[in-house]
Design a protein. Structure first.
Length: 293
């Protein structure tokens, strides 16, 4: 009886009368069976560990069950990005359920035409995951490791997380990142180990960039208050004109003075009114408003 009372108390927040009831009460609206590409983004609830931890496990269960119940004709790849690390940071010390799910996924996915992958900030994060960390390291046929300046790979080799000889370790710790031209990665495959280079054209580089300056400039150029470039045109402009981002990071959305300053910044970057007239028409109106005021 005491166990039942404790369970009822712990689950109260997730009932129809609880603070999280709206997330769980009613018919599920999730259906990913026929989708070719699915991204489940949970950043908005990351700040609420009690809700986040439950939803992460529910979503992981949903996508794995979708694989097992599929018709096996379409190949599937399931990628968990930092979920184990975040759960650990949120106070979930027992990851046995997650470990069991992941181990089963690695073991069963192949016969269902699927595969599993886990993204981590550091290879050493596997030490924080207990059994789950060993599951990931033991079952991942391919490992891709990016450049790191923190000494994490030397530590991983020293602690036995990576069982590499001196030559492999020296290659791993010599990786270089030469943005925006290329970045190197260490690849461990079933038959060999080595270094590869990821090279993309400038347009694709800016599409995938998460650099604060790139994002700030892109958001400013697509801001409706400043003319509203299309995403494609904004990306082309970021690529062609370079980064003039210090201004954009501090620019408010609706300020007249900031919109006038936008014109000056774009002119300085070499953009002419003939290239993007709608930007300059919008800013010209703002300039006239400021002068008349």
């Amino acid at each position: 009886m005491d166990i039942a009372i404790r369970m009822a108390h712990n689950m109260k927040a997730f009932t129809s009368n609880g603070s999280y009831g709206s997330f769980f009460v009613g018919k599920s609206t999730i259906n990913i069976a026929d989708d070719d590409f699915v991204v489940i983004e949970l950043d908005d609830i990351k700040g609420d560990p009690e809700l986040f931890n439950v939803v992460v496990l529910q979503m992981m269960n949903e996508v794995t069950q979708d694989l097992y119940l599929s018709n096996r004709q379409q190949r599937r790849f399931i990628l968990f990005e930092e979920a184990p690390t975040i759960l650990k940071e949120n106070g979930v010390n027992n990851l046995s359920y997650l470990g069991q799910m992941t181990a089963e996924g690695y073991r069963r996915a192949r016969k269902y035409g699927g595969s599993f992958g886990v993204v981590m900030q550091s290879i050493n994060d596997t030490q924080l995951m207990g059994q789950l960390g060993q599951v990931v390291l033991s079952n991942a046929a391919y490992k891709f490791m990016l450049t790191s300046n923190s000494g994490q790979y030397a530590k991983a080799c020293k602690d036995g997380v990576l069982d590499y000889d001196e030559f492999s370790e020296s290659i791993l710790t010599s990786l270089k990142n030469n943005k925006p031209y290329y970045s190197e990665l260490f690849i461990e495959a079933p038959q060999n180990r080595g270094v590869g280079r990821l090279v993309v054209d400038p347009f694709r580089y800016h599409i995938n960039s998460t650099e604060a300056e790139d994002v700030a400039l892109f958001m400013a150029l697509t801001d409706k208050q400043c003319g509203g470039l299309s995403a494609k045109d904004a990306l082309m402009l970021v690529w062609r004109r370079g980064l003039e981002s210090n201004f954009f990071q501090n620019m408010t959305k609706n300020g007249v003075a900031e919109r006038v300053a936008l014109r000056e910044t774009l002119l300085k970057a070499g953009v002419t009114p003939d290239e993007y007239p709608f930007i300059f028409e919008d800013v010209r109106d703002a300039n006239e408003t400021m002068v008349s005021a």
